[in-house]
Design a protein around this ligand. Structure first.
Ligand SMILES: [Zn+2]
Length: 70
């Protein structure tokens, strides 16, 4: 049987086009992620304002304010 050989779009290494090659046409997950990341960054604008609640550890988010006595 003839295994089709393709070149990894990322690094150019020959990759066997085989069902065992999970990351085809890339040679590895690494190249796939790199290429995917480059593609995404070129085509999409990553929103600068990112709301990530829970980023700070709980309990260290400031001193508790005393109840206002009035
Ligand atoms: Zn590669």
């Amino acid at each position: 049987m003839n295994a089709r050989i393709v070149n990894c779009p990322q690094c150019g290494r020959p990759v066997a086009w085989d069902t065992a090659q999970r990351h085809r046409p890339f040679c590895s997950e690494r190249c796939r992620v790199i290429d995917l990341g480059a593609w995404a960054s070129e085509n999409y604008r990553i929103p600068e304002k990112q709301d990530q609640p829970g980023d700070e550890p709980a309990g260290e988010s400031g001193t508790p304010e005393p109840p206002a006595a009035s």
